[in-house]
Design a protein around this ligand. Structure first.
Ligand code: KIV
Length: 269
């Protein structure tokens, strides 16, 4: 299911206006990006979830800009015509609008990403606008924003109280006005995400925000069964690669010990 031409922000808007659902997958390397693109997944997020799923950190705070850039480059090389969105890690955009624009620009210039994403709070209007004004496509992430989970009272569903829900709708409109081409919602009640999706004209993306968003997103390590510690309620494991990989490694080890490997065909004459 090859994607015929490079997907960009305008294509996502067209999908929304036609009522055509599309998908996003958080990926971190060249082979996974290539397979995801070949499977027809329109948008690839190089998420800072990399910190946990690939680098073994307990949360997303510790991953650096340089580490993210390294993975953005790899994903861009494999992405084909899928759109690559680079996730700005903690402290790569919160310190000043100048840092935000410089780092977002590096993701495009050096990483060959097509767009960037930032986690937004009440005061992010200026940052979104500055990145937009620099000509960089910017996605706003609202709801549960793990980089500031300390202030949100932990990794929990957002927008449950009426006040928080109203605020989320206002925020989404504000970030659209600031220039965001899309609003990503993480861990938001479906009804609230539905309202947000109706209130903004840009496409909405759900990571745990229910069926009414224009796009559904999942983390590849969850889909593949590669991240073992926990599976979020909103996620779905489509296969258990951990089991298959462990079995393959075990067979290889046993073959070495029992001298079944290397065989004749593995040896140079
Ligand atoms: O890092 C990531 O994969 C993300 C999604 C969970 C939205 O930010």
């Amino acid at each position: 299911m090859t994607i015929e031409k490079k997907i960009g922000p305008m294509d996502l808007s067209t999908f929304k206006s036609k009522g055509q659902k599309f998908s996003m997958l958080s990926v971190y390397d060249y082979p996974t990006a290539k397979l995801a693109s070949e499977a027809g997944i329109e948008t690839l997020l190089v998420g800072d979830s990399l910190a946990m799923t690939v680098l073994g950190h307990p949360d997303t705070i510790s991953v650096t800009f340089e580490e993210m850039l390294h993975h953005v480059k790899a994903v861009s090389r494999g992405a084909g015509n899928s759109m690559v969105v680079a996730d700005m890690p903690f402290l790569s955009y919160q310190t000043s609008t100048r840092d935000a624009v410089k780092n977002a620009g590096k993701f495009l210039k050096e990483g060959r990403a097509d767009a960037v994403k930032i986690e937004c709070g009440r005061n992010s209007f200026k940052t979104v606008r500055a990145i937009y004004d620099a000509g960089i496509p910017i996605m706003a992430h609202i709801g549960l924003t793990p980089q500031s989970s300390g202030q949100l009272g932990g990794m929990r569903v957002q927008g449950k109280s009426v006040n928080n829900a109203l605020r989320m709708i206002d925020d989404a409109k504000l970030f659209e006005e600031a220039g965001a081409f899309s609003i990503l919602m993480e861990c938001v009640p479906s009804d609230i995400a539905k309202l947000v999706s109706q209130e903004v004209s840009v496409p909405t993306i759900s990571y745990g925000a229910g069926p009414h968003c224009d796009c559904q997103g999942l983390v590849s390590s969850d889909v593949l069964g590669l991240f073992q510690p926990f599976l979020p309620k909103f996620s779905r494991r489509y296969t258990d690669l951990s089991k298959q990989i462990r079995e393959a490694f075990k067979s290889y080890h046993e073959d070495v010990v029992s001298q079944q490997f290397p065989a004749e065909e593995n040896c140079y004459p």
